[in-house]
Each structure stands twice: as C-alpha cells, then as structure tokens.
Ligand binder design. Structure first.
Ligand code: DP6
Length: 310
C-alpha cells in the first residue's frame, strides 16, 4: 500500500504567532495567507516492516520522528508498519513555510492511507495540531486561519500577485517557530500589541484583497511582519532572525516604492525576505535586487491548488 500527497507552502501576510491553547493549537489572533506555486512538499506513506521517517532522503531526527508519530495517532492506533518519506523542493526550516506544506501533505496522505475519510473541518482540526500554519496550506488561494481554529477561504483574484524570495541563508534556523512563539508569548511585553492589531488588520486585509487594493495589502503585510519581529526582539532573551543583509533588502524595497513600484516585504521566523510585488513590476524588482548582489529566486505565482493525493 502506498499513498503520496502534495502541498504548497503558504506565506502569511497577517502572521499567526502564539497559541491560546497549546494542545488544540488555537491561535490568539486571525492570520491570512496566500498559497504559492512551484515550491512543494511531496509526502509518501507506505507499508513496511517497521515504522520509520525519512525527511529529504535522510532518516529523521528522533524529535521529528516522534512528532510525526504522535501526529499519525490522530489517524490510526498502529503506525508500526508505516514508513513516511517527505521531500521539499525548497530549503527546509528556513522561514519558507516548510512545516506548513509538510503537515498539509502528511494530513491528506494519512487521511487516505488509513482510510479515515475525515471531513474538511475534521482534517483542519487535526492538521493545525501538526503545525498551525499548515491549516492554510490545505487549500489554494487566500486563506484565513481564524481564532476558532478553522479556515475561511477568501475568494480574491490574485492574478496580479507575484512573490520573490530573497535567499539570505538556506540553513535551518536555530530556533523553531514553535519554540520562538511560546517564548514570545511568555516573555514579550509587545506580544499583546501584536495580537490586538493582527485581528483588526486581518479584517482590513481581507477587504483590501477583495477590492484589489494592492497598496493596502502590502502596507498591512509589512506592518504585521515588522510587528512580529518587534515582539520577538522585545522577548527576554530576545530572538532575532534578521541579519543586516535582511535590513538592506528592506531598504531597497522602500527605495523602489519611492520610484512608484508596487513592492512590499514580509518575513517569518527565519532569515529570508519574501517580496510581494505585481506581475507588472516583478522583473524590474528582481533585477534591481540582483544588481545589489542579492540571491533572488525565480518569481512564484499564487496557486489555486490545495493539498491533494497524487
Ligand atoms: C512566523 O505554524 O510553524 O510563519 O503551529 O507551532 O507549528 P506551530 O507554528 P508554525 O508558525 C508559523 C509562524 C509564522 C507566521 C505564519 O505563518 O502565520
């Protein structure tokens, strides 16, 4: 028996950061993301003599293995004859939402492999326990991860949107987003401010996406990313993922905006910068950043494709 599923990562414009219920993975605030094409995770479950997990072709660490084993108990009582192999075609654990596509693909594969036939809502509730952001990779397009733990799909037209990834480092980050968010919730005096604005901004972002107001979408995205990193810097001890190169990229983006380009940045719990821009400006923005010596990956387009069985 062998089942393979595929999922794309999503990048949050309004960030999720902090759980009001750790066990159920219920977020303090609503978050909104776009699912992007090209980058993908493919996860295969197959029958074998003993349980094992392979990540990107290597035997997984004990920590990852246990995490996946625990996750599979939502689908079965017996994992002893299941082998999980998961591969990303993009850097893992570098703030490029690899845990989102990984747990979305694993959920969909396990649902079929163990013949669970869970409804969409049940699968959402399970998937978020693997990784909160993974709930938004179950579907293509724009998705809102609500405080109640479920997803609302936002039917916005994304034809003009493009995303550039400026790769500052492709090494796995030292602190996982899960650990970082717990630490920030517990020690950062700015976390409350982050949550309060995130809920209001999610409503405003949804409206801006639906009314094709790219300027407001970009402005709110930057605000959420900066507020997230501000709350991390105010934690005790502080957490900082961004290097001086990351700030130089942000400066270049502000400069391009002064030249009337539609371009904004966003960052997650990792060193890399994601650049939100338009079909019209993407080539110029990429060339400008490359000319400054930055490593810019080929542009991504929004994907309508949710996690699915291959
Ligand atoms: C900064 O979904 O990785 O990317 O639920 O603990 O697995 P866990 O966290 P995770 O956190 C994502 C944080 C973020 C923002 C976002 O994607 O909304």
């Amino acid at each position: 028996m062998k089942v393979t599923a595929k999922a794309h990562p999503n990048i949050a414009l309004i960030k999720y950061f902090g759980k009001k219920d750790e066990k159920e993975v219920l977020p303090y605030n609503d978050s909104i993301s776009i699912t992007w094409d090209t980058f993908e995770t493919r996860t295969t479950l197959e029958t074998a003599k003993a349980f094992n997990v392979f990540l990107n072709g290597h035997v997984a660490s004990i920590e990852d293995r246990e995490k996946i084993k625990t996750f599979l108990t939502y689908f079965t009582n017996d994992v002893s004859h299941t082998v999980v192999s998961s591969k990303n075609n993009f850097p893992t654990a570098a703030g490029l939402a690899s845990s989102a596509s990984a747990f979305a693909a694993l959920s969909v594969a396990a649902n079929r492999y163990f013949n669970c036939n869970f409804s969409e809502k049940n699968l959402e509730a399970i998937t978020r326990k693997g990784s909160g952001s993974a709930i938004r990779s179950l579907y293509g397009g724009v998705n809102r991860f609500n405080r109640n733990g479920y997803v609302t799909r936002i039917d916005a037209s994304l034809e003009e949107y493009r995303l550039l990834v400026v790769l500052i480092s492709d090494h796995a980050k030292a602190v996982s987003s899960r650990k970082a968010m717990k630490h920030v919730v517990e020690t950062s005096p700015l976390h409350k401010a982050f949550i309060d604005t995130a809920n209001e901004d999610s409503d405003a972002l949804e409206k801006a996406l639906l009314s094709k107001d790219f300027h407001t979408v970009g402005r709110l995205s930057e605000k959420s990313a900066l507020s997230l990193h501000g709350s991390m810097l105010a934690a005790n001890p502080p957490i900082h993922y961004l290097s001086d190169a990351a700030f130089r990229v942000m400066d270049e983006i502000v400069k391009l905006r002064r030249e009337n380009r539609e371009v904004y940045f966003t960052m997650d719990a990792g060193p890399n910068i994601k650049v939100l821009t338009t079909k019209k400006d993407v080539r110029l923005v990429a060339n400008h950043l490359k000319a400054q010596g930055f490593n810019v990956l080929p542009a991504l387009k929004p994907s309508k494709e949710g996690a699915h069985i291959l």
